[in-house]
Ligand binder design. Structure first.
Ligand code: SAM
Length: 236
């Protein structure tokens, strides 16, 4: 936790916050802060600044905060991610959130196991918990928007044109001719397949709706590896 993310409910007065639970525990055991220390804080969807510790014990952390800086620039990439298994999804959400992705669509695909859509992880609060861990890691405050699209065809036919509007669209797919470009100076819409990959019909549909299939080379990467590799490659 390189930044302590503050929520409205933490405020106990003008410029003063009180924290308990996970964030208190982290400050006690990792930061090992004491009264008078200054910690990096940020308000969810707001500014970044410092929090001066004015009270700290096993029950609560009280800080006086000053927020005066903008969070880092977002990554102009919309991610369409075929829903991975829950354990992997947790890690991917944290890493894409820390890399600055602000719009995520979790989409269905023939090779997505149906049971994944019933996972309690897909509850909005739980998804946000993992996105928040990524923001805290990267010193960002802006919570990504995340959308669930459990039907592939209606998503592609009804939503994709609007999502892709004004962006360069790619679908990462091994063994295609075109190599994934580097440093794209334009917003991007990027689709990443499931563990078993997109089936040919899905690649054709995505292609027909504006996404160009691109390869990262002959090594086939796990989804959680492919995602950060391709995001950093596309970033100018
Ligand atoms: N057997 C699957 C196939 O051939 O499509 C492998 C799927 S891979 C484990 C999961 C996803 O990661 C792929 O659908 C793709 O989006 C992305 N990916 C992994 N390695 C890739 C590569 N070398 N080039 C492009 N995309 C890749």
């Amino acid at each position: 936790m390189n930044l302590i993310l503050l929520h409205e409910k933490d405020e106990i007065g003008q410029g003063r916050v009180r924290l308990q639970g996970r964030r208190l525990k982290h400050v006690l055991t990792v930061h090992r802060a004491t009264i008078g220390d200054e910690l990096r804080v940020g308000k969810i969807n707001g500014l970044i600044g410092t929090g001066k510790v004015i009270g700290l014990d096993e029950q609560e952390l009280v800080m006086d905060i000053q927020l005066d800086r903008q969070p880092p620039e977002p990554l102009p990439i919309t991610l369409l991610l075929a829903l991975p298994r829950p354990k992997m999804l947790k890690r991917i959400l944290q890493s894409v959130s820390s890399l600055g992705v602000k719009k995520i669509f979790l989409i269905n695909s023939y090779r997505v196991d149906k049971s994944f859509w019933g996972s309690p992880l897909l509850q909005p609060e739980t998804l946000n918990e993992h996105l928040i861990l990524g923001l805290e890691q990267a010193c960002d405050t802006v919570l990504p928007d995340i959308h669930l699209r459990p039907r592939f065809k209606p998503f592609v036919e009804d939503d994709l044109a609007e999502i892709c509007n004004g962006t360069r669209g790619y679908v990462a797919h091994p063994n295609v001719e075109m190599t994934c470009p580097c440093g794209v100076n334009q917003p991007v819409t990027l689709a990443i397949g499931p563990e078993g990959g997109f089936i040919p019909y899905e690649v054709e549909m995505l292609q027909a709706h504006g996404l160009t299939p691109v390869s990262l080379g002959e090594r086939i990467l796990r989804v959680e590896t492919a995602v950060p590799v391709i995001l950093s490659r596309l970033t100018p």
